[in-house]
Design a binder for this molecule. Structure first.
Ligand code: ZN
Length: 344
């Protein structure tokens, strides 16, 4: 790995072009079908790569242009989950959603994103990151009528994710990231089996492994939830010590414009820290100075080689022009602090 300090990356998703999917929406339906959809998704990946490269992002994602949703699209490719059957369930302990039903043993009969990863690898010479949902977040987005145990289902998903992740690595992926927003909610489960299941998903990987834990997109259920969390958000205090002792290399977290006390990242001693310096819940594009200020405060607790400027979460629900502006702001803020550090 390159040890230039403050290598920039994004949490994962970017908005899709308006000709591919309806903008400003989660679970936005595709506007194309069949071969045109396959080609359209690839064209969108090319643009996502180009936008990141032009902005100056170092570790490139496919912007999740080939998926409708970061959890359900992966699950759609698995056996054992019935998408015709829906149950309404409280997810993230926060809001009710109509979710598909686990109706039998879950399995992965074919690779899900491996072709997408090969395609991304061919589009850029920079390092690439690929995201997968984490086991606990997958469990928390389904109604389980078969295992009837969140832990048992999570272990099944961990094995499935591991097969997928190993193939992504073989396709040339430099960082495999598991998205686990559920880690910010179910602390007992994180301790009892969540981190262990995550490690199972990452078993045998020699590329970098990451986990992303956030407070979610800027949707109403999340902003209402955030209002109940008090003046200091200390959720990370529960999980970071467990992750510090885990085999996972990198932790991606929400920081800018949040009430997370920055000193909590000190609990991740020895890990790479992907500090969210871009708010994904507003259309306001951060100034270079605002990004730099977040990074400077993080640099008090994390060595610069281990500090990766990042976004708070995925940018899929934002306008494209806003996301493009935020990518540039992220890279500019990182460049400013990198220059300051080199003068020290
Ligand atoms: Zn997130």
């Amino acid at each position: 790995m390159n040890h230039t300090p403050l290598q920039t990356t994004i949490a994962g998703s970017l908005p899709k072009p308006a000709w591919l999917a309806e903008p400003l929406k989660l679970w936005s339906p595709w506007k194309l079908e069949g071969d045109a959809l396959i080609e359209g998704k690839r064209d969108a990946v090319r643009l996502a790569v180009r936008d990141q490269e032009q902005a100056g992002i170092d570790i490139i994602s496919d912007g999740e242009q080939t998926r409708q949703h970061f959890v359900t699209t992966f699950i759609e490719h698995l056996d054992g989950v019935d998408f015709q059957r829906r149950e309404t369930m409280r997810i993230r302990d926060r809001y009710d959603a109509s979710v598909p039903v686990v109706a039998g043993p879950v399995s992965r009969t074919h690779p899900v994103y491996v072709e997408d990863a090969r395609f991304l690898r061919a589009q850029t010479t920079r390092r690439i990151k690929f995201t997968l949902p984490g086991p606990m977040t997958m469990v928390d987005t389904l109604y389980d009528d078969y295992y009837r145990s969140r832990e048992k289902l999570a272990w099944q998903f961990a094995e499935i994710l591991n097969s997928e992740a190993l193939e992504l690595q073989a396709a040339g992926v430099d960082v495999v990231q598991f998205d686990e927003p559920a880690f910010n909610v179910f602390f007992d489960e994180v301790r009892d089996w969540g981190v262990a299941a995550l490690e199972r998903a990452a078993r045998g990987l020699t590329c970098k492994t990451a986990v992303h834990i956030c407070y979610g997109y800027g949707i109403k259920a999340n902003t209402e939830w955030k209002k109940t969390l008090g003046s200091e958000w200390r959720q990370y205090e529960e999980t970071f010590p467990l992750l510090r002792n885990s085999s996972i290399d990198q932790v991606s977290l929400e920081c800018h414009n949040s009430r997370v006390p920055i000193e909590l990242i000190g609990l991740l001693d020895g890990k790479d820290v992907l500090v969210g310096a871009i708010d994904v819940t507003t259309d306001e594009i951060e100034t270079t100075e605002a990004v730099a200020a977040t990074l400077r405060s993080a640099a008090r607790y994390v060595a610069p080689e281990r500090l990766y400027p990042c976004t708070n979460c995925g940018m899929v629900p934002l306008a494209r022009s806003v996301a493009q502006g935020k990518l540039k702001a992220l890279a500019a803020g990182a460049a400013l602090v990198r220059a300051e550090l080199s003068r020290r």
